[in-house]
Design a protein around this ligand. Sequence first.
Ligand code: BG6
Length: 478
Amino acid sequence: MTKLTFPEGFLWGGATAANQCEGAYDADGRGLANVDVAPIGPERGPVIVGKRKMFDFEEGYHYPAKVGIDMYNRYKEDIALFGEMGFKTYRLSIAWTRIFPKGDELEPNEKGLQFYEDLFKECHKYGIEPLVTITHFDCPMHLIKEYGGWRNRKMLEFYERLCRTLFTRYKGLVKYWLTFNEINMILHAPFMGAGLYFEEGENEEQVKYQAAHHELVASAIATKIAHEIDSENKVGCMLAAGQYYPNTPHPRDVWEAINLDREGYFFVDVQARGEYPNYAKKEWERKGIEIAMEEGDLDILKEHTVDFISFSYYSSRVASGDPEVKDKTAGNIFASLKNPYLDASEWGWQIDPLGLRITLNVIWDRYQKPLFIVENGLGAVDTPDENGYVEDDYRINYLAEHVKTMRDAINEDGVELWGYTTWGCIDLVSAGTGEMKKRYGFIYVDLDNDGKGTLNRSKKKSFDWYKEVIATNGASVK
Ligand code: BG6
């Protein structure tokens, strides 16, 4: 008889990111960040990939992060709802510019620190363990303007100060930390991932991998300090995952799939195994990419690997070595070839629950470290009734199918998985498009793409469904 429950202590919950929900972009001394100046609309794409210089608010654009869903002012109400669902954990991120408004100050902003302290205490009231992403697509604009973002080694110093401040202040309140959200996004959305803007004619790959080196060393230093400050701290890396399938059994497609997977696993190889993989070194050699490193960098990477590996999973991907095969579909930031066996969301992201089991197994086999799914969910258009109630069976179905394969990965395959936080447990601004219309939540927020609405919260059908899943530790999903 198949076991329906999850391991005892499994961390069920939901996830958000500061810039997509807090709003209050200039409250209590907060400084401006990269994600604040990413507008909704056709300019967003070029801005987040570092091709369109938008270092400030410009006339004629709508910037949804300014208000977010106003969680800065409403977090108590929101956390109470998470508590009602029975969350064991809540993944959220710190807005760096609340703590260090410009990023290079020596002293933190007390009001920012106090905000998160209150928020963490609020979580604990409901028995919710915070899981904190230190940077989720978040870099102070001042550090971009003055230093060029993560291309500059000085960033290590600023990031270290941020981490030290957080680990010290929140000792005893937070024990699960993620250093960089979807660290591989540096390759696909470099302004969002690392505050990189490219001048005409620059060798972009060189800049991206140099910035990646800085983030990787910064992540290892953060891991070191976290453990020094509190031996209870558990630090994880975070990958935008989703296994590549070869488009056909043709060996060149299989080879392409391996290579595209390596683009992402490159980061985890360093963070979990502590070394740059040979395939990357060879690739850099071929392309003439030279990474400036300082003495001790490689030792730090080696000595301070992560305690666990977290990842987001929305879909699997498809690779072809044949340049004639071009039928693509949208995905999390970057597109992939279409998989004819899968359905897709309204945004073209393909739906592949078994792909989650596959991805979990591949990552587990590769690293043998505990895993944590920190994002998964369906972005969909919701139509609320006059009470704000949404009958979101499509979301329930999506999540239920993923819960099943995740359970199989644990119970049938022996993968060690610590927890599962669905993305956007409360509706929030989309990172990729800036839309409000693309909703993931169990909780509906009355706000539209133009920033109009009451911001009122209401429960969707999936709210009670998830509550039951958590209460039965997964057994209600048949
Ligand atoms: C991940 C990010 O890329 O996917 C989130 O970590 C993001 O910030 C999520 O919101 C879903 O993507 P989107 O574009 O639908 O918001």
